[in-house]
Design a protein around this ligand. Structure first.
Ligand SMILES: Nc1ncnc2c1ncn2[C@@H]1O[C@H](COP(=O)(O)OP(=O)(O)OP(=O)(O)O)[C@@H](O)[C@H]1O
Length: 232
């Protein structure tokens, strides 16, 4: 689904050059659950940013199916991102004056074939909370609204940068379970970036990064359920 070939990214600030990505070649298959692991500064966010066109590459190519993303203009990339990609960030960015339902509806409005908002709210366990405002919801519930909003436009691939960052184990596992259901029930490709090595037990493919390079790539023969992964 995504094929990166010999991708490099150099940030220049004054005299200083930072090689955030070096010779990265990797594929992400349709329907895969991919976990990207690596210490702080290893290039994980840069990888996500160049795949999603939020940042340009310095060298190499990136394809999404048969479309070469590294040739698209900024405007074309914005359209591509809107149509195909979903993002789940640590900051929930919910609109405070809209209810849970209305926040998710905003996501649905972007898509050409959106999912049903009430069904999604049910899926994330928030059917009862549909008419509540963000300040009436817990952190974990707000995150689930933001997950539902990301999914509402029905993206082909979902990227999550530290999806469980500030949550406790129980709430984190609920969110991870949800990502697993999206992958299994909705057949979405899911890419999770994390420091938490336990999450890699849920993945089809685990990519380890260090100093801008892929240092290890392995497939899990058996995937664990979110509830059963090691924590911490
Ligand atoms: N806009 C930028 N300008 C200059 N250097 C940058 C920029 N963005 C990232 N870098 C550098 O590129 C390297 C990779 O950073 P990146 O954010 O991709 O790491 P990361 O693995 O996502 O780290 P973290 O887990 O802390 O988020 C780091 O050395 C970082 O300082």
């Amino acid at each position: 689904m995504i094929t990166m070939t010999d991708v490099g990214k150099v940030y220049k600030s004054g005299e200083v050059e930072t090689h955030a990505l070096r010779h990265v070649s990797v594929t992400i298959e349709e329907g895969e659950f991919v976990v990207i692991l690596g210490p702080s500064g290893s290039g994980k966010s840069t990888l996500l940013n160049v795949i999603s066109g939020l940042d340009s590459v310095s060298s190499g190519t990136i394809y999404f199916r048969d479309k070469e993303l590294t040739r698209l203009s900024t405007d074309q990339m914005t359209v591509f991102r809107r149509e195909h990609l979903g993002f789940i960030f640590q900051q929930y960015n919910l609109l405070q004056n809209l209810t849970a339902y209305e926040n998710v509806q905003i996501g649905a409005d972007i898509g050409s074939a959106p999912l049903d908002v009430d069904e999604l709210l049910g899926k994330v366990g928030l059917r009862e909370a549909r008419d509540k405002y963000p300040h009436q919801l817990s952190g974990g519930e707000q995150l689930r609204v933001s997950v539902a909003r990301s999914l509402a436009k029905n993206p082909d691939i979902i990227f999550c940068d530290e999806p469980t960052g500030s949550l406790d184990e129980a709430n984190s596992k609920k969110v991870l379970r949800l990502l697993q259901e999206l992958n299994e029930d909705y057949k979405k490709t899911v890419v999770v970036i994390t420091h938490n090595t336990g999450i890699s037990e849920m993945a089809d493919k685990v990519i380890k990064m260090n100093s801008g390079e892929i240092t290890d790539l392995r497939h899990n023969a058996v995937k664990k359920d979110a509830q059963d992964i090691r924590w911490g």
